[in-house]
Design a protein around this ligand. Structure first.
Ligand code: ZN
Length: 413
């Protein structure tokens, strides 16, 4: 009855900056550890028997959740393609040996981001710089975790709906192809009202928590067997989803709508129109929020602006870790906080930008020629800036602590 939402592209725009700032917290003592770059195939070859046991245990855990969006897969893996199938990921995904460079990095050799993933397209003013590394090179744990917290957006979660044997079922939200085909694995709405639960159960059937669990388990296999590079890379993947859940627009379907909206919707004769309008408004505000914070975080490396420094400070300060001793508890805790905070951040965005961008359902921020993040920032009234910073602070404090908690669980700290 109520079917909602086609999601825009990336939560937090650029996860690597969220991660890098989160790892600057004084409690993180391991970020400078040097680890040896290793191709995925070498890790699989070395750990095939342990991977099999781990994947079987994960499938038992999945079966215990009684999800209707699950079908068991073969767990005997000796190649990348077999591992992708066992994990129910896109079989065409590849695992490049690269590092992502922070804003303002020293000049040097760069590679085309498209060689890391066809989904990577730089959009100014956000920079996107990669360098290649080789098997055997030493890199810091920080650069591995920074770089690969973006990797779940690089293709292995895209367009999975054409593999019925994976058991994901009918797409619950998003689109079958393109960027938003991964929405069900990157957005999860576990805190919707009774009307949504009753009449649009699909909306509540996201699979983000299951991804966190899977990649945390793989990370532990790697750490336990001394494959530190893959320990950090898998942990970075798991951290990606936890960061997604900390983004209110990824944890609440329509943050701007109150219960009355759903009641009105239920009796409306113009359901398609109501749905399209509410979805477009949420998508526009979602996009602006991510764009503003991605730009602010990037600039925090490049210019001494107190507002950008404050954004970065929310991630690198505050509580070290959250109280959660499993992936599932961590994901649930983060999702609950973000869903609860969603109306506030939505109101802050509404107040911070031109109503043309935030309150006009006929406008699409993602494709509009006259929208720029710099324009929004320049026009933002000072009190609205302050409120937006304060509310962003809440989401970032959760995202930062959640990232560190995930890494602590992976490393066995
Ligand atoms: Zn994501």
């Amino acid at each position: 009855m109520i079917v909602l939402l086609a999601a825009p592209a990336f939560a937090w725009g650029h996860h690597y900056l969220v991660t890098d700032r989160a790892l600057s917290h004084p409690s993180v003592t391991w970020a400078d550890e040097q680890v040896e770059v290793e191709p995925l195939s070498a890790f699989i070859e070395a750990q095939a028997p342990t991977l099999q046991v781990t994947l079987q245990a994960y499938q038992e855990w999945m079966a215990g959740r009684k999800s209707e969006r699950f079908a068991p897969q073969g767990t005997l893996v000796s190649t990348e393609v077999e591992l992708l199938a066992a994990c129910r990921l896109n079989p065409t995904a590849t695992f490049p040996l690269v590092v992502r460079l922070l804003p303002g990095a020293e000049p040097g050799e760069r590679i085309d981001p498209a060689t890391a993933s066809k989904y990577l397209k730089p959009v100014a003013p956000l920079v996107m710089e990669f360098a290649a590394v080789e098997a055997g090179d030493l890199v810091s744990a920080r650069s591995v975790v920074d770089t690969f917290t973006d990797e779940p957006d690089w293709g292995f979660d895209h367009e999975l709906w054409v593999y019925p044997s994976y058991g994901y079922g009918e797409i619950p939200y998003g689109k079958l192809t393109g960027e938003s085909s991964k929405a069900a694995f990157h957005m999860q709405f576990g805190h919707e009202n009774l009307l949504v639960k009753m009449f649009a159960h699909d909306v509540t059937e996201g699979m983000v928590v299951e991804r966190v669990e899977l990649f945390l388990r793989l990370s532990r296999v790697a750490f336990d067997s001394g494959h530190r590079y893959w320990g950090y890379r898998f942990a970075a993947w798991a951290a990606h989803y936890v960061q997604d859940l900390a983004q209110p627009y990824h944890s609440k379907a329509l943050p701007g709508e109150r219960f009355g909206y759903y009641v009105k919707y239920a009796v409306s004769e113009k359901k398609d129109e109501m749905k399209a309008e509410a979805t477009q408004l949420a998508a526009n505000r979602h996009f602006i929020y991510e764009d503003v914070v991605a730009y602010g975080l990037q600039q925090s490396y490049l210019e001494p602006d107190p507002r950008y420094a404050a954004m970065s400070g929310w991630l690198s300060g505050g509580e070290a870790v959250l109280e959660a001793n499993t992936a599932e508890k961590l994901a649930e805790l983060v999702m609950k906080r973000a869903a609860k905070h969603a109306p506030k951040i939505d109101a802050a965005i509404l107040a911070a930008a031109d109503p043309r961008f935030t309150d006009d359902p006929s406008y699409d921020v993602e494709t509009a020629p006259d929208y720029t993040v710099a324009g929004v920032l320049a026009a933002m009234p000072a009190p609205a800036w302050d409120t937006l910073l304060e509310e962003t602070g809440q989401d970032f404090a959760t995202a930062g602590a959640a990232t560190r908690t995930l890494l602590a669980l992976a490393r066995g700290d």
